[in-house]
Each structure stands twice: as C-alpha cells, then as structure tokens.
Design a protein around this ligand. Sequence first.
Ligand SMILES: Cc1cc2nc3c(=O)[nH]c(=O)nc-3n(C[C@H](O)[C@H](O)[C@H](O)COP(=O)(O)O)c2cc1C
Ligand SMILES: CCCCCCC(=O)C(=O)O
Length: 364
Amino acid sequence: MAAEPVNVNEFSTLARNVLPKMIYDFYAGGAEDEWTLRENVAAFQRTRLRPRVLVDVSNVDLSTTILGFKISAPIMIAPTAMHKLAHPEGVTATARAAAAAGTIMVLSFSATSTVEEVAATCDAVRFFQLYVYKNRSISAVLAQRAERAGYKAIVLTADTPKLGRREADIRNKLVVPTLKNLEGLLSINMDTEKGSGLASYASQTLDSSFSWKDIKWLQSLTSLPILIKGILTAEDAELAIQAGFAGIIVSNHGARQLILCHQRLWLIEEVTKAVRGRVPVLFDGGIRRGTDVFKALAIGAQAVLVGRPIIYGLAVKGESGVKKVLEMLQDELELAMSLSGCCRVEEITRSHVQTENEIIRSML
Ligand SMILES: Cc1cc2nc3c(=O)[nH]c(=O)nc-3n(C[C@H](O)[C@H](O)[C@H](O)COP(=O)(O)O)c2cc1C
Ligand SMILES: CCCCCCC(=O)C(=O)O
C-alpha cells in the first residue's frame, strides 16, 4: 500500500498513479510550453519570509470573512471542471469536504453534477462560477438556477473568451464527459478528430464577444454579488470596480490560458494598490503550501483559492482526500503564522515578505 501523503505535493504524485494518463494530463496541464505553470509555483519559492519572533502565538486564529461569510481559514476551493473524472462521487464529495472544513467552494459551470445536486449534498456557503456562452440564455438560466439553489455569489470567469492551447489535451485527443448542468440546454458534437474534444467544445460554446459593456446584462440576471476571476492588471481592476463587481480574483487560470511574462505573484500587489480596499481581492494559482498562502496574504490577498490539489485529494481518497488537503494547508498556514509571529490573518503584513528584487537590492 502506498504511504500516507504528508503534504499536498505527495497527493499529486499519488493522483498521477491512480488516474488514466488522459485525465491526469487534463488536470495537471497548462498552456503551450507550460513555463507559466512552473512559474506559478516557482514564484512562491523565490519569495522569502521575514518572520518576527518572541510574539505570544499560543492562540492562533485562522478564520476570516469573505463577502460577509465567515470561513475557518483564508483557503477556498477554486472552480475546477469535471470532478467525476477523478472520483465517482465527483464534486458532491468535494462540496461535503468544503463544508466539513468550514470553507467556501466555487462550483464550476462545467461540473459533472448539477447545481441542485451539489446544493442538496450539504449545507454550506457556495459560490457558482459562470462562463458566458454564445447562447447567452444558457448562462442566464444557470445563474438563476444557482441563485434559486442557494448559492451566495456568482464568479464570472473573464479570462476565457477562447480556450488556451493545452497541448497535452491535443495530443491525447481529450474526450470530455457530459456537463450535467447543460443537459437539455445544449447539444454539441464534440469532435476529437483534430485533437482536444474540450477545445472543440469550447470553440462551439464560449462567447468571445462578451465584454465590459455586457456586464449590466449579467447584473440584471441576479441579485447575488458578482466577483470577477482572471484579473491581472491595475487597469482591469479599476474597470471591474467601476462595473460594480463585488470582488476580484487575481488568477491566470492555473496557467491554462495565456502564457505570461510577469512574475505573477506580484500582480496581487499591483491589483490591491489599484483597488485600495474597495472590494476584496482574492488570489489563486500555484498554492501548494501553507507558506504560499501566507505569502499571498502578506502581498495583499484576503484569501486564496486552490485548484489542482483539491482534485488530486479527490482522486486519491474521495471526500476524505479533499478534507485532508484542506487540513494540511490549514495546519501549515497555522504553523507559518506561529513561526512568523502572527496570531490573526490581519496581522500578516507586507513586511513579512521580501521580493526577489528587494532581496537583490538589499545585497547592493
Ligand atoms: C482541471 C482544471 C479545471 C478548471 N476548470 C475551471 C473552470 O471550470 N472554471 C474556472 O473559472 N476555472 C477553472 N480552472 C482554473 C481554477 O479555477 C484555478 O484558477 C486554478 O486551478 C488555480 O491554480 P492551481 O490549480 O495551481 O491551484 C480549472 C483549473 C484546472 C486545473
Ligand atoms: C467551455 C469551456 C470549458 C472550460 C473547461 C474548464 C476549464 O476552465 C479548464 O480550465 O479546463
């Protein structure tokens, strides 16, 4: 029997062993030559901590509040598609694990369980992620179904007018299962002749004409707060606030969309400076350790979301695997806070981290 994983990265190795190659590659993969994927993780490793000592850390509290909802730690579950490819119970198991951990899960539009099935599986605060389809009434129906089913916010993913070029999926001729939310609403011929079935599906469905001028339409569909996911510049952060978004998620979609040339972790600082506290700023991408959460918070994020590690926990051990991943990250964050002299998440400040440039400058 394989040894029990002691950290989140070991779940990734175990997941690789249990999943068919096509599925693991879909989950693990990034766009093009995947250097942004590597950079998502490496940026954390190049960021140093500046711990303070001799602080009474006998009582550390990780809890925080996002859009008025209290969560046990600033670690949420990012929307990721098709959990039934990882485990037969799919995202209902993920949702139960989120509820047990006292955190918020963002359900993917492209889930393999319906919004109602997920809502019925446990009582927890959930958000719903939305893509805008060419047939906009499909997105409208889904946003309204989510509101009726008790979801507390909509998360508009803004970085996917077209699907990124995921070369592993092209090579593997990725076959995608039925997306349960769309049953009866859409019928698509998923072509794997030329490569990825997901790419074929996306090119038939995603509305690449959707733009800032259409946000009012989106807001007219729902009374829920709407967050925007995929913001990477101060300019777009300002537009998002002007458009009335209730929160911003700094994200490069787990390096699955555009290959970037910026050390992305520092975009949190660019965005938080532009936002000036007007709405919460969250971050996702490359979080694999509690110290990564700590660093993202120090740079200015109010909470982080985690994508792949959750799927790997699900693939390896179902609901209990997801719980374990969340527990590991929470425990590591608690230790990082204790060893840095922080008892509350609000006590994690910019002075607790040093950037690569700051490190170089300090040597001159
Ligand atoms: C397999 C997979 C599926 C994803 N599906 C979605 C999705 O349906 N909607 C969305 O907005 N983002 C999706 N994402 C992006 C995640 O929400 C998140 O931005 C990213 O996974 C964070 O990076 P991490 O995996 O390094 O934690 C997906 C990512 C992965 C890896
Ligand atoms: C119609 C677009 C499907 C996107 C699938 C999920 C996703 O966002 C991903 O990164 O994969």
